[in-house]
Design a protein around this ligand. Structure first.
Ligand code: ATR
Length: 308
């Protein structure tokens, strides 16, 4: 069921519904969590839907993770997101994993059942897949039909979700490029067991420019290009004209990589939608309502990013 906000909540407006003592409690478990945008995103949707609910930040130190997870059912917390550094560490402390979380060996969403058991899911791959649909659907559909190649840059936690998303979407050929080559090789080997038909080829960091001409889709999953980090050194002029360039970095919204791709007239996919759509899936899992990623939400998040 889709919901439609009656009007746009803004920071200047009082919330339509203050949580009561009967509020449904969800939140974010991480260390640290102070700079997360997730409370603002979920609060926007709770207010828009008129749900008596609360999304709380839960800063949990690594040595307290087991206790924090064990306490969720007793506290009546119905769901939580999990972020760094707990996405993999949380797995031994929960009872079931979805197939996606098993493939990624990482959890970003917990669903606490009435019997006290907890399921771990990972909505990051859905978030990336949906961001491709939202920003480059036609171009990607054509590329998948033509069995074009993907270049995945980076081999950290985010790369796992993005790789799973592109393979689920139907891409079959991926070159994996990472500064630390062994991590790209390990990532390829790990996913090969789930996608035996796919060609997953680790390629040396120094060779990235040589491979661009063969790639339809290029995705940066490293932190390069983020505010305060150096740019990703890659020459988009070598890409074919039909290429799509995606970045999972969303601060700034248009990274140097995306700016260069846009200047070349290529289709670009910014990182904000991945953030919003992973949250959409978690919200739906907890509340049974699919919230809307609308212009008001995007603007609120962009304002927050701009204001630091
Ligand atoms: P996340 O969970 O966000 O993916 P991560 O697991 O720390 O974060 O991974 C960060 C990624 O950015 C890695 O692929 C990292 O490369 P290494 O595996 O070689 O460390 C990449 N990265 C970070 N800084 C980089 C830099 N200056 N140059 C190239 N790659 C970089």
């Amino acid at each position: 069921m889709a919901i439609q906000p009656e009007h746009m909540p803004t920071e200047r407006m009082p919330p339509k519904h203050m949580p009561t003592g009967a509020a449904t409690v969800t939140g974010l478990i991480g260390w640290p969590v102070a700079h997360s945008l997730s409370p603002a995103i979920h609060d926007y949707w709770l207010r828009a839907a008129g749900i008596d609910g609360l999304y709380a930040p839960f800063p949990v130190a690594p040595d307290r993770l087991a206790q924090a997870i064990a306490g969720l059912p007793s506290l009546g917390v119905t769901g939580a997101n999990v972020t760094v550094p707990h996405k993999t560490a949380v797995i031994p402390h929960i009872q079931t994993l979805t197939a996606t979380a098993q493939r990624l060996e990482a959890v970003n969403t917990l669903i606490v059942h009435k019997d006290g058991s907890i399921t771990g899911d990972n909505t990051d791959a859905y978030g990336f897949a949906t961001s491709l649909k939202a920003q480059a659907d036609m171009a990607c559909a054509e590329q998948i039909k033509e069995n074009q190649q993907v270049m995945l840059i980076g081999a950290g936690g985010a790369a796992r979700a993005v790789l799973d998303a592109v393979l689920q979407a139907g891409y079959q050929r991926v070159v994996l490029i990472n500064r630390t080559h062994a991590k790209a090789a390990a990532l390829a080997q790990h996913f090969q067991q789930f996608y035996p038909q796919a060609s997953l080829a680790p390629v040396a960091w120094g060779e990235r420019h040589l491979r661009l001409a063969d790639c339809g889709l290029v995705i940066n999953t490293t932190s390069l290009g983020m505010t305060g980090h150096g740019p990703l050194e890659i020459d988009v002029s070598a890409l074919p004209d039909h290429a799509v360039v995606a970045d999972i970095v969303y601060a700034p919204l248009i990274t140097p990589l995306l700016a260069a791709a846009r200047d070349r007239g290529l289709v670009i996919v910014n990182g904000l939608d991945m953030l919003l759509y992973q949250a959409e899936a978690a919200f739906e899992a907890w509340h049974g309502i699919r919230p809307i990623v609308d212009a008001g939400l995007r603007q609120m998040i962009l304002d927050r990013l701009r204001d630091g």
